[in-house]
Design a protein around this ligand. Structure first.
Ligand SMILES: [Zn+2]
Length: 515
């Protein structure tokens, strides 16, 4: 083992939650089995057993209290009509093609702005560059507390119509679903957030705080022309908000119909890099001993063989501990004490077979884009590979890059950073989390609320860095099959989820604490 790796191995379990912890003091890294194979298929996601007695009793108590408190608000809105309008708004906005690149979100932002203005809610659409439209609206509250922001993005990932039951930009409403790219990620989210503003306005009962809606461009390629641009150039639009709600996690529907409300409080962060190898170009018929391509292959092979160390950070430890009561023994005890359980190589192998679980206990590096010669008989002077690396909360990108260079051990290969920002997280015991717990008690049959860490990233980091406590929670109930359609084929959302999503969001906003 090289000296640098030894240093990493001497660290401890990360008990820190917030951004950029001081790893040297409190991290416990257990570097394990370089060269261990990646295993497939897991045990946790497939089944979520019944609530424990403790959970159920606590939930019943809360339901009684909350039902009494909310009775006056329950019947004041026509949810069926609001659901119908949400369905129509989503179908319309799916038909506006906002595949990113290039995005072209302005038309979608304008379509939503028209709906708000028809309700007497002032909306503004502004562009970060031509075609890259962002929507801002603000519904005044009673001024008792700082605003809450509802955020969603209007750009979508590309969709190849092959494999879809209906064309991905048709917005077809069939068999109780709205179909199309963006139905879940994230035009459906933008629409229920917009309809929540409409519902509150119609109710004539403003909540304590202003509700700010931001429907933005460019999330799918990093958000620099959307959320990032707003935070940098129009920070006044955030109105010193206390909380922000956006995509990231949702209400999970497990086998047997059990629901678990997961709220993303932390995310892994991207450290996207490009490896560039150079060498003498020439004719493919007379190759030198080493070329740019062979150097690159050698570097990639070293990375392929390397296994990043297991590291359990506190938000991940807490996430699995919160899921533990939902599992049967012996898994329950293992998840409750994951740090010790992962010491057992057999359990570690089993746990890591699930790619999502594996991604939550280590940094990952995934080669994606490869570039070399455009011609079979031409040796290129340059060859490159892009790696999608994802770092755990608390990791320092500079240290990770140093490790990468050490593994490659070839000074002729340049390592360029394409995208990287520090990790951040939000408090899992805030007033907004309390409001989600109330929602779960009144509306989801006492479903447990689990603060989660997600392996991907959203625009939340821009707002967390700006001091807004940001949470990834969409009040849709989704099965694993539903989740798979995100970025995949046949993306869709049920009309029931749209209707109930608006209602739950309004319930949640009304449950936010007054200052
Ligand atoms: Zn998204």
């Amino acid at each position: 083992m090289r000296p640098c790796l030894k240093t990493r191995a001497q660290r401890g379990v990360d008990k820190s939650v917030h951004r950029e912890a001081a790893p040297d003091e409190d991290l416990l890294v257990r570097e394990r089995g370089k060269g261990r194979g990646l295993l497939l298929c897991g045990t946790i996601a497939s089944e979520r057993p019944t609530l424990t007695r403790r959970f159920a009793l606590a939930a019943l108590g809360s339901v009684a209290v909350l039902l009494a408190g909310d009775a006056s608000l329950a019947a004041d809105l026509d949810w069926r009509r609001l659901g119908g309008e949400a369905t129509e708004a989503l179908a319309d906005v799916i038909r506006i093609d906002t595949q990113n690149p290039p995005g072209g979100e302005t038309a979608a932002a304008n379509a939503l702005a028209r709906r708000l203005e028809a309700e007497g809610i002032k909306a503004e659409v502004f562009e970060s560059s031509p075609g890259r439209g962002n929507l801002h609206a603000r519904l005044p509250g009673r001024g008792g507390a700082a605003p809450v922001i509802l955020l969603a993005h209007l750009d979508v990932v590309p969709a190849d119509p092959r494999g879809w039951h209906v064309p991905p930009f048709s917005g077809a409403v069939e068999h109780g679903y709205v179909h199309g790219r963006g139905a879940l990620d994230a035009k459906g989210v933008a629409v229920i957030e917009l309809m929540a503003l409409v519902a509150l306005k119609r109710s004539g009962q403003p909540i304590d705080r202003d509700v700010i809606l931001l429907a933005t461009a460019d999330e799918e390629t990093g958000g620099k022309a959307g959320a990032g641009w707003i935070v940098q150039h129009r920070p006044e639009l955030l109105g010193n908000a206390e909380y922000l709600l956006t995509e990231g996690d949702h209400i999970h529907l497990a086998q047997g119909g059990r629901k678990v409300a997961q709220v993303a409080v932390a995310e892994k962060t991207p450290c996207w890099v490009k490896l560039v190898a150079r060498g003498e170009g020439g004719h493919g018929s007379t190759p030198p001993a080493q070329t740019a391509v062979t150097r690159l292959i050698r570097a990639l092979d070293k990375l392929r063989r390397y296994r990043t160390g297991v590291r359990l950070v506190r938000p991940v430890e807490e996430y699995f501990a919160a899921l533990a009561p939902l599992e049967h023994e012996p898994l329950r005890s293992k998840l409750a004490h994951l740090s010790e359980a992962l010491e057992d190589p057999v359990f570690l192998a089993e746990f890591s077979r699930n790619p999502r679980q594996n991604a939550l206990i280590r940094n990952t590096m995934t080669p994606t884009v490869l570039e070399g010669s455009p011609k079979t008989n031409v040796i290129p002077e340059e060859a490159s590979a892009q790696l999608d690396c994802r770092l755990l909360p608390g990791e320092r990108p500079a240290e990770f890059l140093a490790l990468l260079r050490e593994v490659i051990a070839d000074d002729t290969i340049r390592v360029d950073t394409v995208l990287s920002f520090p990790a951040s997280s939000s408090d899992s015991s805030s007033g907004l989390m309390a409001a989600i717990r109330k929602l779960a008690a009144t509306d989801l049959g006492g479903a447990p609320v689990v603060p989660s860490v997600i392996p991907g990233f959203t625009d939340s980091h821009y707002f967390r860095d700006h001091g807004v406590a940001s949470y990834g929670f969409v009040p849709f109930v989704l099965s694993e099959d539903d989740e798979k359609t995100v970025h995949g084929v046949n993306e869709r959302v049920s009309v029931e989820n749209l209707r109930e999503g608006v209602r739950r969001l309004v319930t949640l906003l009304r449950a936010l604490p007054a200052r």
